[in-house]
Design a protein around this ligand. Structure first.
Ligand code: NAD
Length: 486
C-alpha cells in the first residue's frame, strides 16, 4: 500500500493544532475571530491578558496548550519568534532596565541596560539544538539523537536579575520547544509582568500562539510551591538562593538549579597587577555586585598586595582598615543573625558609606575592607559592593583560601596570574562552573568576552551555563537496515 506521507503529516499536525491558528511561513499568522471570519493577529482579541492569570492552574493549562501548538509547528516558527523578540525588545532595553531598577532598588541602571542587552543579543537560539543532533550509522542502520522539548517548564526567577533572566530563559526554552510558567520574585513582580505581557504580544503577533509565557497576577512563595507540585510542570529551572533551590529539589521533579555563589578572586605575585586591579574593580562593582558571578572576595599574595591596593584605589575602590570604621560598615550591612542586610543588597558604595557614617572623598564605586577569611564580609554572599581584602603569604595559601570561601558551591572563581601551571591547577581544583583567567568576572558570561550568555548558571545540579539544549530532553530514534552510505 502506498502512503501519502505529506497528507498523513498534515493530518496529524491539524489534529494537534488549535483550529484557530493557521500556520503560514512568510506572512503574519492568520486566525479566525470568534465570528468565524479570518483576521490578522492583533492584541485586542487576546483572551489571556498577555499570559497573566488569576490562578497557577489556569496559567499552566494555558501554557500547556500553547506548547502543543509550538510543538506542532516548525523550527522555523521558533526561530521567527526568537528573531522577533530580539528585534522588538532591543529598542525597549532602556525601559526594561529602568523598570527593574526602579522596582527592586538594586544595582545600577547603566549596568542593568548592559545586562538586558546582553540577554537579548547573546542568548543562543534554535541553532544551539540543530547543531547538536547526533547520528550513528553502521550495518544495522541509523540511530539519531535529538534534543526535544519537555513541555511546560516552571522557571523561578530572582530579584537580582529579574528581567534579564526572563529574557534569557524565554529564548533558550522556546528554542527548545517549551512553554514557560514564570514565578518571579514578589519584589520584582511589576517589571516581570510587564515584560511577560510585552513578550507574549510579540510572540502572538509573529506566530499566532498565545500564552507561550505565563504567570499569575500576584506571585508569591506559596504560588511558586504550588507550581512546583503541578503535574503539568515537567521541568523546574530555579534561579535563586540556596533555600529555593533545595525546596525545588524536594519536589521530586528534575531541577536545573542555578544557585548562590561566593566567587573568590586570587591575585598572585606573577600577575599583571595594574590590569588585575582595574578588572577586579570593574567586575565587583558591575551592577553594584548583585550578579551571582561577581567577585566577592579579594585574595592577594602579600608581595603584591600594596601594588594591587593602590591600583584598585585608582580604579575607584575606597579602602578601609580602621577597625571603628569597619565595625560601622559591618553593623549596617550584616544583621544580628549574621546574614546580609537586604536593605543594602545592590546599593551603591557611596550610599553604604554615607549611611554607615564613614566619610570619604571622590566617587567610590567599591568598598574594600581589610579582613581575614573568617570575617562575615568573606564568609557571606553579600551581594553588595563591599569586599574583603585578604592577604596571604603565597599562592598555595591563596588557593586554599579561595577554595574555602567558595564553600563548594561550584559557581565562579577568578584568578590573575601569568604562571600557566598555577592557572591550570587552580582552574582544575576550584571545580567551579565558571573560571575566569586574567579578566573581570563578567567575561565568564560572555560580556566583553567570548561565548554565549546566560543568566541561569546551573551550579548545584551541574548543567553549567545554560543554553537551549539544557532545556531539552535527549531522545533516540533507531532505524533498521540501510541509511548508511559506506
Ligand atoms: P531568593 O532565593 O530570595 O529568591 C529567588 C526566587 O525564589 C524568587 O522568585 C523567590 O520568590 C523564590 N523563592 C524564594 N524562596 C522560596 C521558597 N521557599 N519556595 C518557593 N520559591 C521561593 O534570591 P534573590 O535574592 O531573588 O536572588 C539572589 C540569589 O540568587 C543569590 O543567592 C544569587 O547568587 C542567586 N542567583 C543565582 C544565579 C545563577 O545563575 N546561579 C543567578 C541569579 C541569582
Amino acid at each position: 500500500m502506498e502512503i501519502d506521507i505529506e497528507k498523513l503529516v498534515n493530518h496529524i499536525i491539524n489534529d494537534v493544532k488549535d483550529p484557530q491558528v493557521k500556520q503560514t511561513s512568510d506572512s503574519k499568522p492568520e486566525r479566525f475571530d470568534t465570528a468565524g471570519t479570518m483576521s490578522q493577529s492583533s492584541s485586542t482579541d487576546d483572551p489571556c491578558a498577555g499570559g497573566m492569570f488569576d490562578t497557577v492552574d489556569q496559567a499552566i493549562l494555558a501554557a500547556k496548550k500553547a506548547q502543543e501548538k509550538l510543538f506542532a509547528s516548525t523550527l522555523k516558527v521558533r526561530q521567527e519568534i526568537i528573531t522577533a523578540l530580539r528585534e522588538q525588545l532591543l529598542p525597549e532595553v532602556d525601559e526594561i532596565a529602568r523598570r527593574a531598577f526602579e522596582e527592586t532598588g538594586m544595582g545600577s541602571l547603566a549596568d542593568k541596560i548592559k545586562k538586558n542587552r546582553l540577554a537579548i543579543e547573546k542568548t543562543p537560539g534554535v541553532e544551539d539544538l540543530t547543531n547538536s543532533s547526533r547520528v550513528i550509522t553502521g550495518d544495522g542502520g541509523m540511530t539519531l539523537y535529538e534534543y526535544c522539548p519537555y513541555g511546560v517548564i516552571g522557571s523561578i526567577t530572582p530579584s537580582t536579575n529579574p528581567t534579564e533572566t526572563i529574557i534569557n530563559n524565554s529564548i533558550s526554552m522556546i528554542a527548545a520547544g517549551n512553554s514557560i510558567y514564570f514565578s518571579p520574585h514578589p519584589g520584582a513582580k511589576k517589571c516581570s509582568a510587564w515584560l511577560i505581557r510585552k513578550m507574549n504580544q510579540i510572540i502572538s503577533d509573529v506566530s499566532g500562539i498565545d500564552n507561550l509565557l505565563v504567570s499569575i497576577k500576584a506571585p508569591s512563595i506559596e504560588a511558586a510551591q504550588e507550581m512546583m507540585d503541578h503535574p503539568e510542570i515537567k521541568l523546574l529551572a530555579v534561579t535563586g538562593g540556596p533555600g529555593v533551590v533545595s525546596q525545588a529539589m524536594h519536589s521530586g521533579k528534575k531541577v536545573i538549579g542555578a544557585g548562590a555563589g561566593n566567587p573568590p578572586v586570587l591575585v598572585d605575585e606573577t600577575a599583571n597587577v595594574g590590569k588585575a586591579a582595574q578588572d577586579i574593580v570593574d567586575g565587583a562593582s558591575f551592577d553594584n555586585n548583585v550578579p551571582c558571578f561577581a567577585e566577592k572576595n579579594v585574595i592577594v599574595v602579600s608581595a603584591v598586595a600594596a601594588e594591587l591596593l593602590t591600583g584598585m584605589q585608582a580604579a575607584g575602590a575606597y579602602y578601609i582598615s580602621n577597625p571603628t570604621e569597619i565595625e560601622k560598615i559591618r553593623k549596617l550591612t550584616v544583621t544580628d543573625k549574621n546574614t546580609p542586610n537586604k536593605k543594602y543588597v545592590g546599593r551603591p558604595a557611596q550610599k553604604i558609606l554615607e549611611d554607615a557614617g564613614v566619610s570619604y572623598q571622590g566617587k567610590p564605586r567599591l568598598i574594600l575592607i581589610e579582613a581575614d577569611k573568617n570575617s562575615p564580609f568573606a564568609q557571606l554572599e553579600m551581594l553588595m559592593p563591599v569586599l574583603p581584602f585578604i592577604r596571604v603569604q603565597n599562592y598555595e595559601e591563596g588557593l586554599a583560601t579561595s577554595l574555602e570561601l567558595e564553600h563548594g558551591l561550584h559557581h565562579t572563581a577568578i584568578m590573575h596570574s601569568r604562571n600557566v601551571e598555577r592557572l591550570a591547577q587552580a582552574a582544575r581544583l576550584m571545580q567551579t562552573t565558571i573560571f575566569v583567567k586574567n579578566g573581570p568576572s563578567y567575561v565568564g558570561i560572555g560580556y566583553q568576552g567570548e561565548g554565549p550568555t546566560t543568566f541561569t548558571i546551573a551550579t548545584p545540579t551541574g548543567e553549567g551555563p545554560t543554553t537551549a539544549r539544557t532545556f531539552a530532553r535527549i531522545r533516540r530514534c533507531a532505524l533498521t537496515d540501510g541509511f548508511s552510505l559506506r
